[in-house]
Design a protein around this ligand. Structure first.
Ligand code: NDP
Ligand code: 2IT
Length: 444
């Protein structure tokens, strides 16, 4: 049995209740065989066993009182997976589906993604099974304050720097930061995604979506293609989806559909993004409201239906495993030639296989959605040196980071015998830096 298979069976055995974590580990480790052959010292140092075990996992009770005076108890998580190359860094997710396995999968992915950015940040993720949907601002504030009253002792600018993810945007980061500052009496960059008036960075809000399109543009370009005049479907209508749509439209694409967890809208003439922003960012409404403002568009219940539409490029930007084998087959038979993963692990392994078998370009999440955390690292830099860079400066840095992620993933794929397989290339390029750091730091 190979070293990788040995470690994988141990991971499956030790984490039976965590299917998403197992899926994420399998996806990475299975592509590392040629790297472990080249560096036998990694097996000797039991590097993979250490890599798949989080350095620290924090679980805590979050009790809070709603507007009606009713008491609720949620569960809080922070998984500090790897600090090999820098302080822990990664988002917080507030969604009813959050459990330890989900947080572990996200934190594991974050290790390699953060490494790919070329910036010194380790991997972490956190969150809660709190569901912000339908809650008042004050409910959300009290929840965030209670959550931070425990989390504050585990984070800090050189220790662990959380940010947003599903259900955590600028409102939540504001409340979390306010409570951190109140407890610690320090105004420091312990969170990213802050408002630009109190230490945030320009472009952070747009960074994941813009970064996805920058990455895919590089990849498409290598195949003589581009976003110009392409028909695009974007799942989700949150932070990543909105700014991926904005940049794709700016580059001349026609985005014809977006979704939320209830269903999707189809606008043949191209989505009017200002309407989506108003519904989602200001009114916190549902995507189906779009058809009220654009009567020629239509709404269909069920979010997966979005993959039945004919599109040249698909950008899944909602959540994990949202695009399965059947959806992949439909996309392929409708002529789709590129898929850019804006969400974390949005395509199932079977879907990825269908795309590869049919020559569809896949921009893997770790590489393609790294723009958000890269810009978070730029926010950390600005906080450290007490400065504030212009939109143009940060955007130019983001663009160049995404281009070099593409170059590095593509080079690693070729070097290790994977041809143009960016999924393998991203895993390998991300892994190599972390592995070298782990070897240098001894058995810890
Ligand atoms: P948001 O909360 O802003 O938006 C999430 C969107 O996805 C919403 O439209 C939501 O619909 C939809 N969605 C969430 N869960 C499901 C589900 N189970 N089924 C179908 N649709 C769902 O989150 P983000 O845009 O920040 O995050 C989207 C994805 O991108 C996630 O995978 C996240 O991990 C990843 N990501 C985010 C980064 C960031 O900087 N924010 C960086 C890198 C990756 P509804 O409103 O109905 O819940
Ligand atoms: O998945 C991700 O990369 C994020 N949610 C962003 C993390 C960050 O620290 O900005």
């Amino acid at each position: 049995m190979s070293y990788v298979s040995e470690v994988l069976s141990r991971v499956r055995m030790r984490n039976p209740a965590e299917p998403e974590f197992i899926q994420a580990v399998e996806e990475v480790l299975q592509t590392l065989e040629p790297v472990l052959e080249k560096f036998p010292e990694y097996e000797e140092a039991r590097l993979l066993e250490r890599l798949v075990e989080p350095e620290r996992q924090i679980l805590f009770r979050v009790a809070w009182e709603d507007d009606q005076g009713e008491v609720h108890v949620n569960r809080g998580f922070r998984v500090q997976f790897s600090s090999a190359i820098g302080p822990y860094k990664g988002g917080l997710r507030f969604h009813r589906s959050v459990n330890l396995g989900i947080v572990k999968f996200l934190a594991f992915e974050q290790i390699f993604k953060n490494s790919l950015t070329g910036l010194p940040i380790g991997g972490a993720k956190g969150g809660s099974d709190f569901d912000p949907r339908g809650k008042s601002d004050r409910d959300v504030m009290r929840f965030c304050q209670s959550f931070m009253t425990e989390l504050y002792r585990h984070i800090g600018p050189v220790m662990d720097v959380p940010a947003g993810d599903i259900g955590v945007g600028s409102r939540e980061i504001g409340y979390l930061f306010g409570q951190y500052k109140r407890i610690r009496s320090v105004h420091e960059g312990a969170l990213t995604g802050k408002g630009i008036h109190y230490g945030g960075s320009l472009v952070r809000k747009e960074a994941t979506g813009y970064g996805l399109v920058y990455f895919m543009s590089e990849a498409l370009n290598s195949r003589g293609k581009s976003f110009k005049d392409a028909t695009v479907t974007v799942s989700g209508s949150g932070n990543v989806a909105i700014y991926a749509t904005e940049k794709a439209q700016e580059l001349g694409a026609k985005v014809i559909a977006m979704s939320d967890s209830d269903g999707f809208i189809y606008d043949e003439s191209g989505i009017e993004l200002e309407t989506v922003k108003r519904i989602k960012e200001i009114e916190r409404g549902r995507i189906k409201e779009y058809v009220k403002y654009h009567p020629s568009s239509c709404y269909t219940e069920g979010s997966r239906g979005i993959w039945t539409l004919r599109a040249d490029i698909a950008l899944p930007c909602a959540t994990e495993n949202e695009l399965d084998r059947e959806s992949a087959e439909t996309l392929v038979s409708n002529g789709c030639y590129a898929v850019g993963e804006g969400a974390n692990m949005p395509c199932t392994p079977e879907a990825i296989q269908v795309f590869r078998d049919n020559g569809v370009l896949v921009g893997p999440a770790k590489a393609a959605n790294a723009g958000g955390v890269a810009c978070s690292a730029l926010e950390m830099s600005q906080n450290s040196i007490r400065t504030f860079w212009s939109f143009e400066d940060v955007d130019a840095k983001l663009r160049s980071i995404m281009a070099s992620i593409y170059q590095n993933a593509s080079k690693a794929a070729r070097e290790y015998g994977y041809g143009d397989n960016l999924v393998a290339g991203a895993n390998i390029a991300g892994f190599l830096k972390v592995a070298r750091a782990m070897m240098a730091q001894g058995i810890v």
